[in-house]
Design a protein around this ligand. Structure first.
Ligand code: F6P
Length: 353
């Protein structure tokens, strides 16, 4: 069997681990397996950047962060090609040049959207759900998410001791532009006092009031805020309007504005900490290595059964799959009645609403 693999979109821990799981299982199923590694995601598939990768090259990468194939985050619409060339046609042409029986696509939402399109065009596609944002519809967890939760929670732990020593209020800005899963999970694990996520717009007065209460009780306060956190006023605006207003004020995220408002009202020392891309880097957690192994092995079995046009998913503790036509491009948001939001409220965490 000839299998192409590409990794696309922002990287995360677990991309190599899942390829490891797939290749180990697939090569045992089919000793004649040929792997084509496509470089830098869809860009490589369009530009004919691929090579045969020996199965042995996937040895020893279970615990290695990043992706040995390289990735690119090139919004599909923005991929500009020379006059007369067409993206889908080039991808189909290169798929045929490699004589692929199937193409394994490791990526997040945008990647899945394109995967759905290629599948509709008749290519044999199997998707694998990657992202630290955990926002792919139809799967309880994406790989890379738990590793990022561990990192962000550790940041909150480390910030707590320095915040306590200095009696400061800290706002830790956690990745997640449109969805707050990473902030919610790591905020709970890292014992944050206040969690701010895009799905639950905050009222700054309520955030300040809560920060005051916490400061009075403990002498310091920890806020976990998603990079996409927005206030009730911003929640009424279109994305364009919101970004426009922020640009006028010289802001990218709301973090510094929130911290400044707290500092001004409460007269407490306030600091912002942004772990940023460390949440995507480094080795996968043990749990991610395990689900990557399960998901990679499952993908090999899908390939063997010629079950294409699907994406691997996790439902409860079970590894399963969804049809790309049902999930490609759909987002899984946190809802106000998510069990985890309720559990967070139970233990006294507030959301600024
Ligand atoms: O999708 C993962 C993610 O890390 C988001 O949480 C974040 O908003 C975005 O990628 C950053 O993207 P880029 O790598 O393009 O800066």
């Amino acid at each position: 069997m000839n299998v192409g693999i590409l990794t696309s979109g922002g990287d995360c821990a677990g991309l190599n681990a899942i390829m490891h799981g797939f290749v180990k299982t697939m090569s045992a199923i089919d000793p004649k397996l040929e792997i084509y590694g496509v470089k830098n995601g869809y860009t490589g598939l369009i530009n004919r950047e691929y090579r045969k990768v020996k199965c042995e090259e996937f040895d020893g990468i279970l615990n290695l962060g990043g992706t040995i194939l390289g990735t690119s985050r090139q919004p599909y619409k923005k991929l500009i090609l020379p006059e007369g060339q067409e993206k889908v046609a080039l991808m189909k042409e290169n798929y045929r040049k490699m004589a692929l029986d199937c193409l394994l696509v490791l990526g997040g939402q945008g990647t899945h959207k394109t995967a759905g399109l290629l599948s509709k065009e008749g290519l044999n596609i199997i998707g694998l759900p990657k992202t630290i944002d955990n926002d792919i519809y139809g799967t309880d967890f994406t790989f890379g998410f738990h590793s990022a939760v561990n990192i962000a929670a550790e940041c909150l732990d480390r910030i707590r001791t320095t915040a306590a020593s200095h009696g400061r209020t800290f706002l830790v800005e956690i990745m997640g532009n449109r969805v707050g899963w990473l902030t919610l999970y790591s905020g709970i694990a890292g014992d944050a006092d206040i969690i701010l996520i895009p799905e639950i717009p905050y009222d700054i007065e309520k955030v300040i009031k809560q920060a005051q209460k916490v400061n009075e009780k403990k002498g310091y306060c920890i806020i976990a805020a998603a990079e996409g956190a927005l206030n009730t006023e911003e929640a009424q605006m279109s994305k364009r309007e919101r970004y426009g207003k922020r640009e006028e004020r010289g802001e990218v995220t709301a973090s510094n504005r929130i911290a400044a408002a707290i500092s001004k009202s409460l007269n407490v020392e306030t600091r912002v900490m942004v772990p940023g891309y460390t949440q995507r880097g480094g080795n996968p957690s043990a749990y991610d290595r395990i689900i990557c192994t399960q998901m990679g092995a499952y993908a090999a079995k899908l390939a063997k059964a010629k079950k294409f046009g699907v994406s691997v998913a996790m439902n409860g503790l079970k590894i399963t799959h969804n049809n790309l036509s049902d999930i490609a491009g759909a987002t899984k948001f946190v809802t106000k009645d998510s069990e985890l939001v309720l559990a967070a409220r139970d233990v006294g965490i507030t959301f600024g609403d």
